[in-house]
Design a binder for this molecule. Structure first.
Ligand SMILES: [Zn+2]
Length: 441
């Protein structure tokens, strides 16, 4: 056995090669995931004892072992006793997240190079935690685009990245540092939107209301004017780019929906009448509920959050929870997002998985929650023809868990296998192995 082959076998501990032959040059790399039960999130019956054949980065065939032949030379991943589902998707991530407090203060003079390296580490930890696609909803300049490119080129390891670039903000609005002049008036917003798109933004992110992380001001204040929102949405849509709005305000959400917004982030205040309006207009909600739940307090303590910050977090908690329940009840389209690092330890699991569990506690079925974390998120991104399901022709983004997650959402806590684009990035028999670092540090 050559050194290279030995390294591969070591890296992929539970996998074996059916034959020692090297495939002929130019032949596709074939991987077979054998013996697991494929979960059908479309309402169909699961496929027990299944074979998933992966050629290079795509699923070439799926079916029962009796009828799906594993070709000689395929790398075989044993998944007996496992349940297989699509890789998780997290639609509200800041890989360069800096929050008020002690840890944030340590990052005050972070250089662009240090930021890029920190974001790369956070991307890798996200992927290892089972999250194969993320949407970045506001980063500092440049690093997100560079990281997206490096991951696509295979020189960095991480989830598929869709990024909004920098937040297109209003002077004095959420996320804008004091004294920094943002955008004012429709024409400045048009220009700023076009700038992000020219840099390669897949989305545009605006902040239409105040936020938790602002030391002063009402979270429910509506900072952007209607004509500013309309200018962003109209400009972005001309480029086939969608717009997401941070909103913790009923009035601002209402105006943003009227302005043609595609997605509302957080939705701290969302009465039924507004939820119904969002549903009618097909506007998405990305709840990030995990942030304001009491169980997240240890995280804020760990990063040395100041009292004013924690007070603001938990001041919106009850209303945020009620709003999520309302949105689920009214049938608003929901895609999973956390506003914490996808892998951030939270209540005994990761933020992404805890978020999915909260959706079930708030009224979703486990299948609905799993869809919010996979196919529905893919639909939000407009890539449901490539990811979000385990289907022939789709990119092979697959995770394995120990129990049936359609019966018990907490099964997500047992992720042991992560495949992205046909590449096995994690295959640990024991769960905490490869557990990502806390707070990306
Ligand atoms: Zn955010």
């Amino acid at each position: 056995m050559g050194r290279w082959l030995a390294a591969v076998v070591l890296a992929v501990s539970a996998s074996v090669l059916v034959s020692g032959q090297t495939p002929p040059a130019g032949a596709p790399r074939v991987t077979a995931v054998v013996g697991g039960t494929i979960v059908d999130l479309g309402g169909g019956a699961p496929i027990p004892g299944a074979v998933i054949l992966i050629e290079n980065d795509r699923i070439a065939a799926i079916g029962p072992a009796s009828t799906t032949r594993v070709p000689a030379g395929a790398e075989v991943i044993a998944a007996n006793g496992k349940w297989l589902l699509p890789g998780l998707m997290n639609m509200h991530v800041h890989l360069g997240l800096v929050l008020p407090g002690r840890v944030g203060a340590e990052l005050a003079n972070e250089t662009e190079a240090a930021l890029a390296l920190r974001m790369a580490a956070n991307a890798r930890a996200s992927l290892l935690s089972g999250v194969t696609t993320i949407r970045l909803t506001g980063e500092k300049p440049n690093a997100d685009f560079a990281l997206r490119q490096a991951i696509e080129a295979g020189t960095a390891e991480g989830p598929r990245i869709f990024t909004a670039g920098e937040i297109v903000g209003v002077t004095g609005g959420h996320g804008m540092r004091g004294g920094v002049i943002g955008n004012d008036g429709p024409s400045e917003f048009r220009k700023a939107t076009r700038k992000q798109i020219s840099l390669g933004a897949d989305w545009i992110k605006i902040a239409v209301s105040g936020g938790i992380a602002d030391e002063r001001g009402d979270i429910g204040a509506a900072h952007m004017t209607k004509d500013e929102m309309e200018a962003v949405v109209e400009t972005a849509h001309r480029h086939s780019v969608k717009v997401a709005a941070h909103s913790g305000s009923q009035a601002a959400t209402d105006e943003a929906v009227d302005a043609g917004i595609d997605c509302i982030e957080h939705g701290y205040y969302l009465p039924a009448v507004l939820a119904r309006k969002m549903k009618e207009k097909g506007v998405w909600l990305v709840p990030t509920i995990v942030v304001s739940r009491p169980a997240t307090r240890p995280f804020f303590e760990r990063i040395g959050s100041p009292e004013w910050y924690m007070a603001r977090v938990f001041a919106v908690g009850e209303q945020h929870w009620a709003s999520l329940k309302t949105a689920i009840k009214e049938g608003v389209r929901i895609a999973l997002g956390t506003d914490q690092f996808p892998f951030e330890p939270n209540d005994g699991t990761t933020a992404t998985i805890r978020e999915a569990e909260y959706y079930v506690e708030a009224g979703m079925t486990p299948v609905q929650s799993l869809r919010a974390a996979t196919i529905d998120a893919a639909t939000l991104l407009g890539i449901a023809d490539r990811v979000g399901t385990i289907e022939r022709g789709r990119l092979a983004d697959i995770i394995a868990v120990d129990r049936d997650p359609t019966r018990d959402i907490t099964a997500l806590r047992t992720i042991s296998l992560v495949i992205k684009g046909g590449k096995v990035v994690r295959n640990s028999a024991a769960r905490p192995a490869g557990a990502p670092p806390s707070n990306g540090r």
